[in-house]
Write a protein that binds this ligand. Structure first.
Ligand SMILES: *Cc1c(COP(=O)(O)O)cnc(C)c1O
Length: 372
């Protein structure tokens, strides 16, 4: 897919802010703590390779991706350090991980057995493995201590390197910590069964790194949404780190007109002007990931809030200007304009979703522009 260079619309990615956010998390953890930068889904839409390079500069120990292809993209771009695939990989693709020094998540003994069988016929470097423990997330991983113990034996075979064990919390971002504590207790039961701990023992996502720091085992944080400057809970819990938003969305007006009272705008003619007003068109739409359901939301022009008028189109949208302004005026759809900011969380609230989905919805067509 092309990334449009020849129009004035972009996601601006502030890599200084990204490094600042990582340093904030580092400063809040004991010395010798480790951070794994979560760069799955093209670094939550920010661009995996530039984000990974900036995170390296800020001193992260490694990276987490969701699937093997994402790990390969980073290895092919020359990104070294630990690279963990958080999702499950079919056994027949696992040799590609071994050959590229990518660590895989494993959640069953049958997987380990099948891989050991496959690998003994080939000369492969040992595969680095992290055992996933399901302590209550209910997604992937060992649920019983019995099967986990069996896995501990299997993973000591020479075809494997037992590099890590981890779990994932379902409710670390909500005020009520009852379920969190239950998961923590379950995690502790698993930990107690391991005599020789692997080098990476990790259980913290952004929310644990923000609100449950005292519980972090082995001091490793898998830092995702907070690295991008967003609060994992939306508004439920207050920021406990000084986070700066990394992504902004900006566009310049391509057309400005005077609309007379009674005239309408966009598909369905759902908006009709009550008074004479100035209207501008922007070269960005829902095919760029600015969701169609943002109809009626606002943007910022020169520090002033302006309404989005009528339906958002695939490639364009219209806004009401406070006064006549020239074509080429800069408009902020997400981010800061003078003393006003539209946060990803504000867009998410309006669209009845979460800041994660706002960021990952931005499509590759919208140019990413990096600031350092
Ligand atoms: C996506 C993911 C993370 C990162 O979550 P954030 O809430 O963005 O910090 C951490 N761990 C696992 C297993 C994940 O899938």
């Amino acid at each position: 897919m092309i990334s449009a260079q020849l129009r004035d619309a972009a996601m601006v990615v502030d890599l200084k802010a990204l490094k600042h956010n990582i340093k904030q998390q580092q400063a809040a953890l004991p010395v010798n703590s480790r951070i794994l930068a979560v760069v799955k889904a093209d670094a939550y839409g920010h661009g995996a390779v530039p984000v990974a390079n900036a995170a390296k500069e800020a001193g992260v120990d490694g990276f987490c991706v969701a699937m093997l292809d994402e790990g390969l993209e980073l290895r092919n771009a020359g990104i070294d350090r630990l690279m963990l695939v958080l999702g499950l990989t079919p056994v027949h693709y696992a040799p590609i991980a071994a050959l590229n020094d990518i660590s895989l998540t494993v959640g069953s003994t049958s997987w380990l057995k099948e891989y050991a069988e496959l690998a003994k016929h080939e000369s492969l470097p040992p595969l680095k493995v992290h055992l996933a423990l399901d302590t209550g997330m209910g997604r992937i991983g060992f649920q019983s201590v019995k099967e986990f113990k069996e896995a501990l034996d299997l993973v000591r075979q020479p075809v494997f390197v037992f590099e890590g064990m981890f779990t994932h919390f379902a409710t670390a971002d909500v005020a009520d910590d009852t379920y969190f504590k239950r998961q923590l207790q379950r995690w502790q039961e698993f930990l107690d069964t391991v005599d020789q701990k692997p080098p990476y023992v990790h259980m913290a996502n952004s929310a644990v790194g923000m609100w449950h720091r005292e519980t972090i085992a082995a001091n490793t944080v898998r830092m995702g949404i907070s690295m991008y400057g967003c609060n994992p809970s939306g508004h439920e819990l207050p920021d406990s780190l000084d986070l700066r938003p990394v992504a902004s969305i900006i566009a310049k007006t391509t057309f400005v007109k005077h609309l007379k009272a009674g005239e309408s705008v966009s598909y369905g003619a759902t908006y009709t002007a009550q008074n004479d007003e100035w209207v501008a068109t922007l070269p960005i739409g829902y095919a760029d990931g600015y969701l169609r359901r943002m109809q009626g939301f606002k943007v910022l022009v020169d520090g002033q809030e302006c309404d989005i008028l009528g339906r958002i189109c695939m490639d364009q949208m219209m806004i009401r200007l406070p006064e006549s302004m020239s074509v080429g005026t800069e408009v902020v759809l997400m981010g800061t304009s003078k003393d006003k900011t539209l946060f990803a969380t504000d867009l998410a609230d309006y669209a009845h979703t979460i800041n994660y989905e706002i960021l990952t919805s931005i499509t590759p067509r919208l140019l990413r522009r990096y600031q350092d």
